[in-house]
Design a binder for this molecule. Structure first.
Ligand code: RIB
Length: 311
């Protein structure tokens, strides 16, 4: 049976426009499509894990405003428990302004975390009752970092393994990293963490060595369309991405992280988990949107079945 897992992190409402190119400073451009929907790296990751079949609890903080209704309605529709969606009127629910390039599917994002910058000790204390029964907790860097630090302390108290998706990059103390089991930076974040430009396998190995010297056991550097570099204590290798036509890469990293969490909770090893997570990323980039582009378990299994037949 799969173990319980938790995602502690952000929920934002995504306001997305598709554009023929990114505007320069001072320029106004006509976009071709607008979509508003649930997002935020934490929520995307929790939904990815949930739709892949994980027993996952999402913990976040939203306002008492219309945007908060979007997370509650989405979770209700997906049959996800909402008891750890904390509400406050101290700020507004966070939002993200996203531009997606029509041809490449690449994006540019500005986030305004709102209530996700206000996770306090009362909130994190409430999380202890969930964490103590979990095998893994997945964090990102879109909430106030002192809250992440408190979660890491609670996780250590209850022997819960912490995974940190280091996005968007923010400085992390050595003490924080020493309590983390696994990190999943992309190439840019890996460079920000180590000063090493990830321009090849040797650079990825060196960056992983530096991160592991802080006490992290597993380093997974995502390399976009090329796949992921995985470094454990006894093996280092690339797990290649599945080649698909991307129409919107926003949330692909979240699909990957949620998929990885789900696979680990099912007892898959790191290598199987990376392949499973790559499948979620490949499926998510073929749809427009973030939370709404996360695949179901049936879609993941069918995809893996088809690609295995072709190999
Ligand atoms: O990773 C994609 C996510 O980044 C979007 O959903 C947006 O909300 C930002 O957090």
């Amino acid at each position: 049976m799969a173990s319980k897992v938790a995602v502690f992190g952000s929920f934002f409402v995504d306001l997305m426009a598709r554009t023929p190119r990114f505007p320069v400073a001072g320029e106004t451009l006509k976009g071709s499509m607008f979509q508003m929907g649930p997002g935020g790296k934490g929520f995307n990751q929790a939904v990815a894990a949930h739709k892949a079949n994980a027993n996952v609890t999402m913990i976040t903080k939203v306002g008492k405003d219309a945007f908060a209704g979007i997370i509650l309605d989405t979770m209700k529709n997906l049959n996800m428990p909402t008891e750890y969606i904390i509400q406050t009127d101290a700020s507004s629910t966070g939002c993200a302004l996203i531009m997606v390039h029509e041809e490449s599917g690449q994006n540019e994002i500005v986030i305004v975390p709102g209530t996700c910058n206000l996770l306090n000790e009362d909130d994190t204390n409430k999380v202890e009752e969930v964490l103590k029964d979990c095998e893994y907790v997945l964090l990102q860097l879109e909430v106030n970092q002192d809250a992440n630090e408190r979660i890491v302390e609670l996780a250590r108290k209850h022997n819960v393994k912490v995974i940190v998706n280091t996005a968007p990059y923010a400085p992390m103390s050595d003490d924080f990293l020493s309590k983390v089991y696994m990190v999943t930076p992309n190439e840019v974040e890996a460079e920000e963490m180590t000063g090493i430009t990830i321009d090849g396998l040797e650079a990825a190995k060196e960056a992983a060595r530096i991160i592991k010297s802080k006490g992290v056991e597993v380093v997974v550097i995502t390399l976009g369309g090329r796949g992921v570099f995985v470094s454990t204590n006894d093996k280092e290798d690339i797990v290649e991405a599945f080649k698909v036509h991307a129409i919107d890469t926003t949330g692909a990293g979240d699909a990957f992280n949620g998929g990885f969490l789900c696979a680990l909770s099912e007892g898959k090893d790191i290598w199987e988990a990376a392949r499973f997570a790559n499948a979620l990323a490949a499926l998510s980039v073929q749809k427009i949107g973030t939370t709404v582009s996360m695949p179901t378990r049936e879609e993941i299994d069918n995809f893996l079945h088809e690609v295995t037949k072709c190999q």
